[in-house]
Each structure stands twice: as C-alpha cells, then as structure tokens.
Ligand binder design. Sequence first.
Ligand SMILES: [Zn+2]
Length: 458
Amino acid sequence: MGNDPLEENENIMDIREWLLQAGKTRLYDISNWDSRGEWAGWDTNGIPDGLTHQKNHLIDFLEGSSPEHRHIRDSWAWGTTGTYTTAAGYKALQSTRNNSHAPTFWKAVWDNLALPKVNFFFWTLVHNKLLTGNNLEKRNIAGPHRCELCRSHSETTQHLFLECKFAKETWEHALLDLQIPTFPQSTVAELFDSWNNIYAHSIPYKSFWKKISTAIPKFVCWQIWLARNDQIFNGNRNTPLKVAAKAKALLLEAAQQQYHKEDPQLLPEERRWLCPLEPSPCKIHLVPQTANPKWRIRETEERFTKWWKSKNLTTIFFDGASKGNPGNARAGGVIYSPDDISRDTFYWGLGQKSNNQVEIYGLLKACLITREKGVKEFQAFGDSEILIKKLNVEDLFNNASLNKLLGRLKRIIQEFISFKFYHILRNLNGEADQMANKGCPLLKGQLFINDENFHHLP
Ligand SMILES: [Zn+2]
C-alpha cells in the first residue's frame, strides 16, 4: 500500500503521469495566484484535451483544499518530491471552505490508526466529494446514477453508506457483539462525530474503544465503497457479511500494528469481535447426525472422480498439516460447486496445533465458507480416518479439548440440511493437501479465501 493517495486512484492515473512529466508535483504548481499573493483557483491550462475527464476527477478530489500560501511549500505531493503524510493532509484541510466541524473532528479524520489511503478516502467522503451516482449526475457525467448494491434507489452518499439495505446490514454485522450504543445519524459526518465522542458514553471495554473507535466508520465506509466499485466495475457481488468481516480484519490488523506489534496476542474483546463467521448458539437446530454406512471410499482416482461428480452436490475436500505434531500448523481445502463450474479455495494459518486439531479446523473452515454461500447440502472428503469416523459413528476423542472442538464443528454442520463425510486415501486428496501446504509459513489467524487475504483466529 503506497503512501500517495493519488497514486492508486485509477481515475487520475494518466493525468498524474502527465503532471509528473510536466514537472507539476505540488498543488502550488497547478494554482493561480492573484496580485496579493492569494490563491485564486486551479490552473489547468495546458492539460491535453484527451485528459479532460481525468482533469474533472482531479479537480473533484482537490476541491475543498488549496495550497495555503504561495510561499509555503505544500507537500500534497503526487510525485517523487514528497511522501503524502497525514500532517500534510491535515494542513490542506485547514484551508477548507465551509468548514463547520470542530478541529477535533478533523484531527480524528486524519489520525494515525487508519492507513493514509483510508483517511484520504474518508476525508473525500465527509466532504461529499466521492463520485457517487448523484455527484456524477450533478456534473453531467454519464455513469450509474442508481445504487448498484440495492438497485432500487438513486445513489447519494447518504444512501450508499447509511440508508441502503446493504449498508445497514454491513453496519449490523460490523457492530454485532460490541455492546455499544448505536447512534441515529443522518449524515456520515454525524456518524463519525458520534464515534469520535464515544468516550463520553459509559461503555464496556472503554480503553479498547478509545483506541479504535474513529477507525471503525472509516474502515466500514471504505469497504462499502470498494464493494460498490467491485460490483460496478467487475460485476462481483459481495455480501454485507463479507464486507464487514473484511473491514474488521483490516482494522484489527492496523490496530495490532499500532498498539501491540511486539505482543501479537489480541485482547479478548478484539478476539471476540474477530469471529464474525461463528454461529450464535441460539440459531442451532440440533438434528440427529445421520450415519453414513459407507464412509470409507477405496477407489481408483478415475472412478472416484467420476463418482463424486455424479452426485451433483457441493463438494468439500479438506486437509490439515502440522509440522512436528504439534507444530506450525495450517489447514486448507477446495470447495466445488455442484455443477463443477466454480471452486473456492482456502488456506489458514493455525499456529501450534496437533494433527487432529488441524483436520477439524480444516473441515470447520470449509463448512463456514460453504454456509456463507447459502449452500444447504454438501458432501465432504478428507484423509483423516479418525475424524471421518468420529463424524459418522457417534464417538468421541479421548481428549477434552479435541471433543470441545469437535462439538463446535458439529454445531456448524448441523445447520445444514444434508451432509455426508467420506474418508479417502491421501492420493485422492491432492488438491486439499496442496492448499494446506501452500505458500510461505502463514501466521496464526492469516486466512486466504480464493487468495484474498482475511484474518480469522482459529
Ligand atoms: Zn442501495
């Protein structure tokens, strides 16, 4: 992640190149000054016609800011002459017009916990300068003016981040289990202000919240924005749960970097907050496990492949790897859609775990990913005979903590309508084995789903 907020903005990529080559690396260089030395607007003369559209984007991003004074070198650099810092951003906004918020508000917008890129995004958002549908419309730019996340309202900033069904669900998932007051808000700025003043409330884990409260709305809004872009530009549909999980993961990663780099142990409240994929106990329907009398598969690879595909079911292959037993451990797996058209992969760093533990964690994660896709039936294959046996024959381990973990797995399994578990030999489980062994050593809690980085503690 770069420190230059303009660098990663695709909308202004070309104009940035052009400005760089023209030696215009500071706001000063694209400003007009009047006879008294006061800033008098942007000087965009000389920018080629082909870049008009990008010029509009750039002006849009810069609106609300200006170099304070021609004698002061601004460091809002998009070039090589300076790195973007929050201090520079803070300085730039001091000159913002219509500044109705208290200085503490702006200080919090530019605090250090969130990444500079996230702060910059949020600053743009608070100024209502994001290129949402209605802001595009105001400027007569063609584009989707409708909210693509719900497809039923026009896309205003307020709608997209607060009122949209998608946004509401995302906030719900993000704030679940936090035991904090929710604030009625009508604008993002108001929402942010409430978070900024959260210490005024009597809440549990105050010290925890004090550290991260202002970063929460930033990360959640940022992820909603990315989900919206992903939908519009890549046609990818994201779920509120996934968006919230991603926001939390990134936020806690930032918090860890900042507050306990040396001590990677999370606080209990952080840990609890990090487990959004776990079922809550009240939702569990306890259905008796149906025994699968033929749970041992002994076939040639060719016949086996033909057989499992013919079932036309969502199909899980899972595996775990523990170097040393217990040792540095991880789990992985592959999940095929029933039609065999798509597949999901994952691998997950588990820290110090035993062979039996990693197998359970592997299947557990595979089930959670499957469940999140709305799947109700599946078949699963693993090469841990002991675990598959425990699942098919009512039987327990001779170890209390393993049984506790097995219980957790069973509770998740029982949320499905139908499921079958089969033991296969290792040679038939190659793909899952590969996943479990993938990449350089994973840190505990590092989780990759389809090579996308998440964080979920085992
Ligand atoms: Zn919407």
